[in-house]
Design a protein around this ligand. Structure first.
Ligand SMILES: [Zn+2]
Length: 133
């Protein structure tokens, strides 16, 4: 384990597990567990078709999960950016749509707010608690 670059089932599994853990932190509620599992399962299939897509999985799962959450809560995740004129009144979006190192971004100010997986440290009550498992 560790920095093994060999692409295989275990590498894909690690990618999916990391994405699931990151979104679980951002969601901060077991309410969305089913949507999260569904998104991860779909991207697991996608990754099996395109192993080179691994760096994109986190951002794609984040967008899939957001789409599911928006059916009930169209403002998730609420923008916590202090300089935003519509702070807490609009949802952040993932940028880039396809690429590594996705960020939750405020489209009103154009500012990146937090890396996907670290959202809970920006507006929540437990800053800096993200730790590798
Ligand atoms: Zn904003």
């Amino acid at each position: 384990m560790g920095g093994d670059p060999d692409p295989g089932p275990s590498a894909a599994e690690a990618t999916l597990r990391a994405a699931r853990g990151a979104l679980r932190r951002d969601l901060g509620s077991p309410l969305w567990e089913a949507a999260l599992q569904d998104a991860v399962a779909q991207r697991g299939w996608w990754l099996s078709q395109w192993p080179e897509g691994a760096p994109h999985v986190l951002g794609l799962v984040a967008q899939d999960v957001q789409e599911a959450v928006h059916q009930l809560d169209p403002l998730w995740p609420r923008c916590p950016e202090p300089s935003c004129p519509e702070r807490l009144r609009h949802a952040l979006f993932v940028e880039p749509d396809l690429g590594p190192d996705p960020f939750w971004t405020c489209h009103r100010t154009g500012l990146p707010v937090a890396p996907v997986g670290s959202l809970s440290g920006t507006g929540g009550s437990a800053p800096g608690t993200a730790a590798p498992q």
